[in-house]
Design a protein around this ligand. Structure first.
Ligand code: 5MY
Ligand code: ADP
Ligand code: MG
Ligand code: MG
Length: 361
């Protein structure tokens, strides 16, 4: 009898497609009977296929309706993941809310999220407002919306009250927690969990706080390439190898808890170790369908995942969510373009900004 083959349609932005859909992945999946097929965005989704599974990282009302229609006509097809589940991650408050609801029992480590508050009106922000919210300098201002646009990654590290004048609400003001300049990126692919270390922002000491400019703007600091980092004297001083990874069972429990709470299969979360408390970890960010191609052996991890879900071996929770669009959901998203506001910065401007506002170490 001929081997059963599966079709996995993918709908990804061009940059994502270029990084994720590599020949090594396509070939390995094909050897296991899984055909990765590009979905043509110029044609209606329902006219394409057949697909046993639709893998996507696209947003917007039109795409959501297309998925709904496809799902109604193909009730057996799996949608990874449902737009409603993904949407929780498009707002930096609802994103971390799920993490506060987890109960993780671990004797050697604890976890939580940094103190934070949401600001819709720049006029209310002052040093005394920060204090009333339990925050003190330095704080990080993050765009409330996290929709993958360049703008949604633009952060301000604010050192004093003068820096507060630069805020562009709606934003989340979050305590900056010293963490030894290392973040742990924990990739989750169904049951699979992989933690890698990346360089992060340097610690800010009380002493330096007084000497610094009022703010530092930055974007996607953990994604700066090695060459950019090597130019900087701070990064030359530190060695990522020195940082100890959090216990794997602890990370696996958090990952499983987040999977259950979000009903997502493909995401990563950024974790920092709070320097003030021994073995306390804080989740600062959760990203849908992150850059898996940077994960060691991503081809076999992804192929195993596809095989498991297509053969319904996905443990952890009962079944994949079908797209349910009964309730109207307001998508907090725009397009993935690079519409820069006047006075805002391009992706990864840390080097340029550091020349203006340098952290002393
Ligand atoms: O492009 P990459 O490979 O750097 O992946 C980005 C992720 O990098 P990471 O895997 O964490 O190193 C990145 O994660 P961070 O911002 O580094 O936390 C995001 O997940 C980003 O997606 P979006 O812009 O938020 O929609 C991801 O971008 P997209 O590829 O989804 O556009
Ligand atoms: N509360 C925090 N304390 C210290 N550093 C932080 C904090 N939040 C974010 N960072 C740093 O800023 C970077 C970007 O923040 P993040 O929330 O991960 O945004 P993005 O979605 O753009 O990745 C992180 O990778 C980390 O280096
Ligand atoms: Mg991040
Ligand atoms: Mg993010």
């Amino acid at each position: 009898m001929a081997e059963r083959r599966f079709g996995v349609g993918y709908a990804l932005a061009p940059k994502k497609q270029a990084s994720f859909i590599q020949a090594t992945l396509v070939n390995l999946a094909s050897e296991r009977g899984i055909d990765l097929i590009r979905i043509d965005m110029d044609k209606p989704l329902i006219e394409q296929g057949p697909f046993d599974c639709v893998l996507h990282k696209l947003y917007g009302e039109d795409w959501r309706l297309q998925l709904k229609e496809f799902s109604l006509q193909n009730p057996q097809a799996l949608i990874i993941d449902s737009p409603e589940s993904i949407e929780q991650l498009h707002n930096r408050i609802s994103m971390l809310q799920v993490a506060t609801e987890l109960e993780i029992k671990c004797e050697t480590a604890s976890f939580g999220i940094p103190k934070q508050t949401v600001v819709y009106d720049a006029k209310i922000v002052s040093a005394s407002y920060l204090e009333s919210e339990g925050l003190k300098f330095p704080v990080i201002a993050k765009p409330l919306v996290a929709d993958g646009s360049a703008k949604s990654h633009k952060m301000l590290l604010v050192f004093n009250k003068d820096g507060l004048t630069k805020l562009k609400p709606p934003i989340v003001l979050q305590e900056f927690v010293n963490h030894g300049a290392v973040i742990f990126k924990v990739y989750v692919v169904g049951d699979y969990v992989k933690c890698v270390k990346r360089k992060s922002l340097p610690d800010v000491t009380e002493e330096n706080l007084g000497k610094l400019e009022s703010y530092l703007s930055f974007s996607q600091v953990s994604n700066l390439n090695t060459c950019e980092k090597n130019d900087d004297k701070y990064y030359k001083l530190m060695n990522l190898d020195d940082a100890e990874l959090p216990p794997l069972s602890f990370l696996t429990d958090i990952a499983r808890g987040l999977r259950r709470a979000t009903k997502l299969h493909l995401f990563n979360f950024d974790l920092i170790r709070d320097n003030r408390v021994g073995n306390r970890y804080l989740i600062i960010d959760i990203n849908y369908f992150p850059g898996y191609a940077k994960m060691p052996n991503y081809e076999s991890v992804m192929t195993d995942f596809f095989w498991d879900v297509l053969n319904q071996n996905d443990k952890g929770f009962e079944s994949l969510q079908k797209v349910s669009c009964e309730k109207e959901v307001r998508m907090l998203v725009g397009n993935k373009g690079y519409g820069e506001d006047e006075g805002t910065l391009p992706v990864s401007p840390l080097k340029r900004e550091e020349k203006e506002n340098t952290i002393q170490v």
